[in-house]
Design a protein around this ligand. Structure first.
Ligand SMILES: [Zn+2]
Ligand SMILES: [Zn+2]
Length: 281
């Protein structure tokens, strides 16, 4: 059964309309497709759904759900950024949109010293956030210098603390790529195996276990050629299996053809006898 619940469209930074995504999924035998556009944020940016387009996004996905009923089960979701001081409460968006599910993700990190300022000046947020995602590793390096004076351990620690606060307070249906901080690291500042990094990582894994969220196995880094492993990494997935944490393979599709780029994740999970594999919500 082919399914995907981490799907973007041209309402945010995706390349195709929701309809084009659905048509590709139907043509490729998908039984379920969940839309998870980047949630609107209270400052101007180039990647998220605009505030004044949010209702339109929800209506469009819901209309497709009706139209394609019986051929494919469509769900309405969001990939929501948790940002201390700027965007902490998922509930208004969930209620306004009548969402079926949420993916909670961290892409933008404020230095803790900036959080109070951010609370009062949301429009200036772009200047106070370390962007750990995106296509350029230079953006990561520049942000690390600017917001953390190059102190990678503090930056990584804040990334995990931010994930932890999100998991505990918002309990998203699915936890998005919670080790993506390694992508633009490219094994330069630290190694995945270093004990301080493992400790932070496994602390977050424990919290996911505690709240009972599903953890995604995100394949995008591999097919975009930005990383050599899934998010989270294979070694972390093995650790999660020992704790009985449910996982779901997701392609984080930004274009129709991305939907089928699972990069061997199902086979990998089978090979390691992963116990709790979720394929539909
Ligand atoms: Zn993401
Ligand atoms: Zn995404």
């Amino acid at each position: 059964m082919k399914t995907n619940y981490h799907t973007h469209s041209n309402y945010c930074d995706g390349k195709a309309s929701p309809r084009e995504m659905v048509e590709f999924a139907v043509a490729h035998g998908f039984s379920h497709l969940g839309f998870s556009g980047h949630a609107p944020l209270p400052y101007e940016n180039s990647f998220s759904i605009k505030n004044n387009q949010y209702t339109d996004y929800c209506d469009t996905v819901r209309a497709l759900k009706e139209e394609f009923a019986g051929r494919i089960a469509i769900s309405l979701g969001l990939e929501i950024d948790y940002i201390p001081g700027l965007h902490e409460d998922f509930k208004p968006l969930i209620e306004r949109g009548g969402l079926d599910y949420t993916i909670g993700s961290v892409h933008l990190i404020p230095n803790p010293d900036s959080i109070e300022y951010l609370r009062d000046h949301p429009a200036e947020a772009a200047d106070y956030l370390w962007m750990i995602d995106g296509s350029r590793y230079q953006t990561y390096d520049e942000g690390l210098q600017r917001h953390y004076h190059g102190d990678i351990r503090r930056g990584v620690r804040d990334f995990f603390y931010q994930n932890n606060a999100m998991i505990e307070s918002q309990r998203p249906t699915i936890i998005g790529h919670f080790d993506k901080i390694v992508m633009h690291n490219r094994d330069r500042y630290f190694q995945y195996d270093e004990p301080w990094f493992r400790n932070l990582l496994y602390e977050t894994v424990e919290l996911i276990k505690e709240v009972g969220s599903i953890c995604e196995v995100n394949t995008r880094g591999i097919y975009k050629g930005r990383h050599y492993d899934y998010y989270p990494a294979k070694s972390t997935i093995k650790h999660m299996n020992g704790l009985g944490i449910p996982v779901m393979v997701s392609t984080d599709a930004h274009a129709p053809e991305d939907l089928i780029k699972t990069e061997g994740a199902e086979d990998f999970l089978r090979e390691i006898n992963y116990k709790e594999i979720i394929t539909q919500l």
